[in-house]
Design a protein around this ligand. Structure first.
Ligand code: ADP
Ligand code: MG
Length: 377
């Protein structure tokens, strides 16, 4: 067991890393953050911010020397970086687990190979693959295998011609071509798994997206209990097959009453933010516990919760002028908790913060959250 006041290493300095730093601080640990951005949200509150690239080996040596264990909040950290650090300190999740989750081709192939439920897809590495793709895949979504997020690196394509065009637009990078599914709803399961293989799942959340970006998470998800249970089983099976250690997010599509895995995130998940305010243990505390070899905490929700993302467009008024939103509107609501990430500049589509409304009555919580969202803009 790694106990306080040990120093933990975090690769990535975004909001997920920032919440990890807060959780670790609460628990008595110190945290060093590696992120090239001098203004990274996690770096700002870390005990030490190593502002260097993820493949800067001098910086990695520093992290290895200064930290008792290292984790990540960013799935695009090169697997080679995790492998390198693992020679010197415990690294969780492993490079091999992150490698599967960071590449859509590897991810979809992993699901197919392990008999886990997924939608129809084809791997696209060259033009021929587009020509040979099953006609039944169209209309489809073409997604670049690497570095896509918040709907970036994706194109909706009606037919083969459009798919070829999009493939060229993406520079001929490896892609997956997914059948466009008619979604009844989207949901996610966040879980934590420790080194001994114990798994603790948080209650499933129901997610809605706007322009490919998570907008709202409702917990508990308003779906049949059997589906929620099945999602937890599938998420657990994924964690086991990856021999995953840490916090893992699994996104699902519900489609014609069936469940399909959409994608996995080898880190805490945006749809698990509410665990800070509504669960006995948060997904970030679980990440600390799994990393340090502590017994995992109780994931039970003590309240219903609705989480709403706050994107950069809120910082622009009707004339397009930049200004801080009027937070007093949200602060006036007693069962609402506002979380802002201290990002330097708000860009439209950028995740700047979120709020969570909690309470006993799920319908009331949702109504309050929607009123709050309308009030802030
Ligand atoms: P990201 O890495 O940007 O989260 P996703 O693959 O999760 O990428 O896609 C973002 C969103 O786009 C999904 O949550 C879903 O709303 C929509 N989407 C993605 N793939 C499909 C699909 N095959 N069918 C229908 N909707 C999809
Ligand atoms: Mg997604």
């Amino acid at each position: 067991m790694i106990l306080p006041p040990a120093t933990l290493g975090m690769l990535g300095g975004g909001q997920l890393g920032r919440f990890f730093v807060s959780a670790a601080h609460e628990m008595g640990y110190k945290v060093w953050v590696l992120d090239p951005d001098p203004n990274s949200p996690a770096g700002l509150i870390a005990d030490r911010h190593v502002a260097a690239a993820y493949d800067d080996y001098a910086a990695l040596d520093e992290m290895a020397q200064g930290c008792a264990a290292v984790t990540t909040e960013f799935e695009n950290v090169p697997a080679t970086t995790l492998d390198y650090l693992a020679k010197f300190v415990p690294v969780h999740p492993s490079a091999s687990a992150v490698a599967v989750c960071q590449n859509r081709v590897a991810e979809k192939t992993f699901l197919a190979d392990n008999g886990l439920p997924h939608g129809p897809f084809a791997v696209i590495r060259c033009e021929e693959n587009v020509r040979d793709a099953d006609e039944a895949l169209f209309p489809a979504v073409l997604k670049v295998a690497r570095f896509g997020y918040d709907g970036k690196g994706q194109a909706r394509v009606a037919n083969r011609e459009e798919a070829l065009h999009a493939f060229h637009q993406f520079g001929g990078e490896s892609c997956v071509l997914e059948k466009m599914l008619k979604l009844d709803s989207e949901m996610s399961v966040v879980l934590a798994r420790d080194e001994a293989g114990a798994v603790r799942c948080f209650p499933a959340g129901e997610n809605s997206h706007r322009h490919g970006i998570l907008d709202v998470t409702i917990m508990p998800a308003r779906i049949e209990p059997v589906l929620a249970e099945r999602a937890r089983d599938v998420a657990q099976a994924i964690a086991e097959r990856l021999d995953y250690v840490g916090t893992l997010g699994v996104e699902f599509f519900v489609c014609g009453g069936q469940l399909f895995v959409n994608e996995m995130a080898p880190r805490p998940h945006n749809s698990g933010h509410h665990t800070i305010d509504a669960c006995v243990t948060s997904q970030y505390e679980q990440q600390v516990k799994a990393l340090c070899g502590l017994p995992l905490g109780e994931p039970r929700a003590h309240s219903a919760a609705v989480m709403v993302n706050l994107l950069g467009e809120l910082w622009y008024d009707d004339n397009g002028d930049y200004r801080e939103p009027d937070w007093s509107v949200l602060q006036a609501i007693p069962n609402l908790r506002l979380h802002l990430y201290a990002k330097h500049h708000a860009r439209p589509g950028r995740k700047m913060g979120h709020f969570t409304v909690i309470g006993e009555d799920a319908a009331q919580v949702l109504a309050t959250a929607m009123q709050a969202r309308a009030a802030i803009g």
